[in-house]
Design a protein around this ligand. Structure first.
Ligand code: HEM
Length: 170
């Protein structure tokens, strides 16, 4: 996203400030969260936004990114409507787990599915990524041309509950 929106120079400057060697990155490999978080902080700085806002922007961006290129077919088979794709997200991530054994993948469960209203429970072993999930849900709404709002309505031991209110039936 940083290269795409701010140019290769911005990404190179962010990587230079970190202790990470760009050549160490190999597609479909996992990295320590400290590496990812350091890059997130540096990229947020490049965009001149706070980390939660950056994560939300990145969530929206990820849906567009994953919907084209190598992940496009995975996204396509996951579902052609917002509720169906959300219901299939765990299956999608399970297929990712099959090729990335070390990945620590989240879980999403649709706990309410009404024509204009969805409640989705996000459960993760990580903390601090709730605005990333907000951005992803907003990105999925945009992907399916659904207008409406996303809001956190509950935080509990079982996960974080998001309410998606849609202006049209989904
Ligand atoms: C083809 C599409 C997708 C692929 C290949 C994919 C793959 C991944 C991978 C590899 C991770 C990191 C796991 C790790 O290394 O520990 C991840 C994390 C995550 N994914 Fe996906 N994903 C996709 C689509 C989505 C979508 C549409 C959502 C929408 C809600 C989503 C939500 C998340 C969240 C919130 C995390 C953060 C992990 C955490 O909470 O610990 N993903 N995904």
């Amino acid at each position: 996203m940083t290269i795409d929106r701010l140019g290769a120079g911005a990404w190179e400057r962010a990587v230079e400030q970190s202790e990470i060697c760009p050549k160490d990155f190999v597609s479909s490999s996992t990295y320590d969260d400290s590496v990812t978080l350091s890059l997130v902080g540096l990229c947020a700085g490049a965009f001149k936004v706070e980390i939660p806002q950056f994560l939300e922007m990145f969530g929206e961006y990820w849906v567009v990114f994953a919907s084209s290129g190598p992940y496009a077919s995975l996204m396509r088979v996951a579902g052609s409507t917002l509720p169906v794709l959300l219901t299939n997200l765990d299956r999608l991530h399970q297929s990712v787990q099959a090729v990335m054994a070390d990945a620590m993948l989240p879980s999403f469960v649709v706990i309410k599915d009404e024509p204009n209203l969805l409640w989705v429970r996000y459960c993760s072993k990580r903390t601090g990524l709730e605005t990333f999930a907000t951005g992803l849900l907003k990105g999925l709404m945009a992907k399916f041309s659904v207008q409406g709002t996303v809001e956190i309505i509950n935080r509990g031991d079982a996960g974080i509950d998001y309410e998606i209110r849609c202006r049209q039936s989904v």
